[in-house]
Design a binder for this molecule. Structure first.
Ligand SMILES: Cc1cc2nc3c(=O)[nH]c(=O)nc-3n(C[C@H](O)[C@H](O)[C@H](O)COP(=O)(O)O)c2cc1C
Length: 310
């Protein structure tokens, strides 16, 4: 796939609710990665229009790709307006979360873009393939945000039995070594979120990044207490807000057009189990530089292993 033609490694900087900014998308592309923006981060459709125009004007001259992430859930009331913006600014990839990708495929394929579906089960992967997506992103255990629960190796081996198209994986891919390991295991690209929350271009507050810098995987809890859907959180941020991590919000309560969702996430900080890699704020270019060194080191180790074992 040529999505990563200009990239230093096949890595999408994950679209992250209340974290990803247009600046992070642009910085990711300039650092040799591919950045993602979730639509709901812009508080209004007018603001989203401005953000998408800025990204388009920054990246189009060098034809640098980017990813736009849309909620396709039936309760999301900005869907039609966001689809109109997709048609205007033509992001290279539209990734879909929390629903069926069917609603966007024709429009995106029409201008030559691709639709990737985030999936957390084999059943969802099969449904997305049947719907005609161009790529799958397997969200696996330990991922930041809404998480999957399958082990990455088991998940990707099963999906490869029925899907040989573009395949990405998300969940604790935080170091360049992890990128190399996942490529060896059989995916085409990775999606990395948690490490980039600490990027200086992100919208995360200094307190959020500081809590991450002292956290390890033991400080992360998987909980349905916030949105009714399983997500990984920094336990201390839930308890500070008086939320019992083991409580369950009724799934019927999810309404993505309800801006209480924003308020809920604002001081409740999500991170994946790979949080231990974050030691403090860093520019996106520095994170990309460090990961590229780690990636090159891992590839070199692969050559040594080849000599030893082949
Ligand atoms: C704070 C945060 C917010 C997220 N918001 C979204 C989102 O709005 N849409 C989406 O598709 N994925 C979202 N994700 C999931 C990421 O796209 C990705 O799957 C995940 O970060 C990968 O795992 P990692 O964090 O362990 O690298 C979010 C993740 C985090 C950490």
């Amino acid at each position: 796939m040529n999505l990563f033609k200009h990239a230093r490694m096949p890595l999408i900087v994950a679209p992250m609710f209340l974290v990803s900014s247009p600046e992070l998308v642009i910085a990711s592309a300039h650092a040799g990665l591919v950045g993602g923006l979730p639509a709901p981060n812009a508080r209004s459709v007018e603001m989203l229009d401005t953000w998408m125009a800025n990204i388009h004007h920054a990246l189009a001259p060098e034809r640098l790709p980017w990813v736009f992430n849309m909620f396709v859930h039936s309760t999301y009331d900005r869907f039609d307006q966001e689809l109109a913006l997709v048609k205007r600014y033509q992001p290279s990839v539209v990734s879909t979360a929390l629903g069926s990708p069917t609603r966007v495929i024709d429009a995106v394929n029409h201008y030559g873009g691709w639709v990737f579906a985030d999936v957390i089960t084999i059943e969802m992967a099969k449904k997305s393939v049947a719907a005609g997506v161009d790529g799958l992103i397997l969200v696996t255990q330990g991922a930041g945000g809404h998480t999957g629960s399958l082990h990455p190796l088991a998940f990707l081996a099963e999906v490869r039995e029925f899907w040989d198209g573009p395949l990405g994986i998300a969940g604790c891919v935080s170091r360049g070594d992890d990128v190399a390991a996942m490529l060896m295991a059989g995916v085409d690209f990775v999606v990395s979120g948690t490490r980039f929350i600490a990027a200086t271009e992100s919208l995360a507050s200094p307190e959020y990044v500081s809590m991450m810098a002292s956290a390890t995987s033991a400080d992360i809890v998987e909980s349905k207490a916030v949105s009714g859907v399983s997500a990984n959180w920094m336990t201390a941020s839930l308890t500070a807000a008086g939320i019992d991590p083991h409580g369950i919000r009724p799934p019927g309560a999810i309404n993505l057009s309800d801006n209480r969702a924003d308020k809920a996430w604002k001081n409740l900080w999500s991170a994946g189990q790979g949080v231990g890699v974050v030691k403090g704020p860093q520019s996106c270019a520095d994170i990309a530089g460090d990961m590229a060194l780690e990636f090159a080191g891992a590839l070199k180790k692969g050559l040594t292993m080849h000599d030893q074992w082949s």
